[in-house]
Design a protein around this ligand. Structure first.
Ligand SMILES: [Ca+2]
Length: 67
């Protein structure tokens, strides 16, 4: 459980870093476009939500991108 929380902290940190990189105008607009695009790719069964497996593959991609 501790490991999971630590992962979430790292995940959050990554997310913020990505957001700051993407949000070039500082108005939060860019992230919406990127998020829609990314979400569509991540929602592998296209049911509109990210389930555990889809979230897991998202985490994996982010960790790989950071490493
Ligand atoms: Ca899904």
């Amino acid at each position: 459980m501790t490991e999971f929380i630590e992962d979430m902290v790292v995940f959050d940190k990554c997310l913020n870093e990505r957001f700051n990189e993407l949000d070039v105008h500082g108005d939060g607009e860019e992230i919406n476009n990127v998020y829609d695009d990314v979400f569509e790719k991540l929602d592998e069964d296209h049911n509109g939500t990210l389930d555990r497996e889809e979230f897991r593959s998202l985490m994996k991609k982010i960790m790989q991108a950071v490493a």
